[in-house]
Design a protein around this ligand. Structure first.
Ligand SMILES: C[S@@+](CC[C@H](N)C(=O)[O-])C[C@H]1O[C@@H](n2cnc3c(N)ncnc32)[C@H](O)[C@@H]1O
Length: 379
């Protein structure tokens, strides 16, 4: 069994975990449990902050937690100084510092030399502390997780590489804030949600600055992008060269000419579409419902024509995962409501067992436009 420490968009992270690992049990908004021991490279998952192996599943109380952690540390002891970090995920109050000190003293009595690493805030070591204290390479991070009236103890084996994500997000040479850019983690989640196999080409026909194509490449997949705007094609090409120099010199990213997604030809070999389509106006201040709805005819026409066009291709896409806009002009959510119309064209929505597809969305605090993530397959 394993534990995933989930990213901010809990439902999306759980959907991704379900696709990658199978059965998922949500323990809290930040923790999910997966049944399999299958080890995954955390750099291929957009929705996992940490991956950990469960060492003990049903620990009764704090005294037993201490005993179990001491057992783990004795087993991990290599004769040299061992860094051990503690993180706690739960609502019950646990004094991590007191627990850590007790463990340390108890181990010193049997001549072990543990070095305790504690979180600076809110009981959880962040990715930077785990990395900085070499807890994955020369130490151990132990997670204590409240699970109903019991606790789970797990040891971390993967931590999200936040530096690499932020480099790809913020340091690529061409960034166009006006069109909005898909965050790398969300790109990875969307790609995973289509369950691509090694032969599937990931196609983004609204590729903008090309971030999604780079994520697909890092996940070992071929990717192909196009965009209506010539300047976006130039932007994506520039970013793709930067990506090859900085991350993956074997990258197989193909960026085509400026083309309309609604009329271009799609690959004749196996492919899936993963894309953030046009999201409408970039509202910098709170829009009225009227302003939002003024865009509906244009947006509906764009999406419906796009989905119709895909069905006319000699090879239809295996999956189509799109971000569609929704708006938050106040307390309520305004949606385009075209999913049923898309299904009527000849698509079905992919469903998940652990989450409702309609809950798969991404929204940043303070923004008036959010993204709903929908996965379709052709009938
Ligand atoms: C929201 S942006 C995508 C941003 C992209 N995901 C990124 O990370 O940079 C939408 C893109 O769709 C393009 N676009 C709009 N209508 C299009 C069409 N009919 N065919 C192809 N591209 C189109 C725009 O030029 C824009 O680059």
């Amino acid at each position: 069994m394993q534990i995933i420490v989930l990213g901010r968009e809990t439902e999306l992270c759980i959907a991704e975990a379900e696709v990658v690992f199978g059965n998922v049990r949500k323990i809290s908004d930040e923790i999910a449990e997966i049944q399999t021991d299958q080890i995954e490279d955390i750099n291929r998952l957009g929705g996992a902050i940490k991956l950990a192996r469960v060492a003990y599943a049903e620990v009764a109380n704090i005294a037993e937690i201490q005993i179990k952690i001491e057992e783990l540390l004795q087993a991990a002891n290599t004769g040299t100084k061992l860094n051990f970090g503690l993180s706690y995920y739960g609502k019950a109050s646990i004094n991590l510092s007191a627990l850590g000190i007790k463990i340390k003293k108890s181990l010193q009595k049997i001549d072990l030399k543990p070095r305790l690493v504690l979180p600076k805030a809110n009981n959880q070591l962040n990715a930077a502390s785990v990395k900085h204290n070499k807890l994955l390479t020369k130490g151990i991070e132990i997670l204590i997780i409240e699970d109903g009236s019991r606790y789970i103890i797990a040891t971390t084996y993967g931590v999200q590489d936040i530096d690499a994500y932020s480099k790809r997000d913020y340091e690529k040479p061409c960034r166009d804030r006006k069109v909005g850019m898909l965050p790398p983690k969300l790109s990875q989640i969307m790609i995973n949600l289509t369950r691509p196999d090694r032969d599937t080409i990931i196609v983004d026909p609204f590729c903008g600055s090309g971030g999604l194509l780079m994520e697909a490449s890092l996940m070992g997949l071929k990717s192909q992008g196009s965009d209506l705007q010539k300047d976006m094609i130039d932007c994506a090409s520039k970013n793709s060269s930067w990506f090859a120099e900085n991350f993956d010199n074997t990258a197989s990213i193909s960026i085509g000419i400026a083309e309309d997604a609604l009329t271009r030809d799609y690959p004749t070999s196996k492919y899936s579409i993963v894309t953030e389509g046009f999201l409408g106006r970039n509202f910098l201040s709170k829009p009225t419902k009227m302003l939002i709805k003024e865009q509906f005819p244009e947006l509906k026409e764009l999406y419906l024509s796009f989905f119709k066009h895909l069905l006319l291709q000699p090879t239809k896409p295996t999956k189509v995962c799109v971000c569609m806009p929704f708006w938050l002009p106040g307390d309520e959510i305004v949606r385009l409501n075209i999913i049923d119309e898309i299904c009527n064209l000849g698509y079905t929505k992919s469903e998940f067992t652990s989450v409702r597809q309609s809950n798969l969305s991404y929204h940043r605090e303070g923004q008036f436009t959010g993204r709903q993530i929908i996965i379709f397959e052709t009938k």
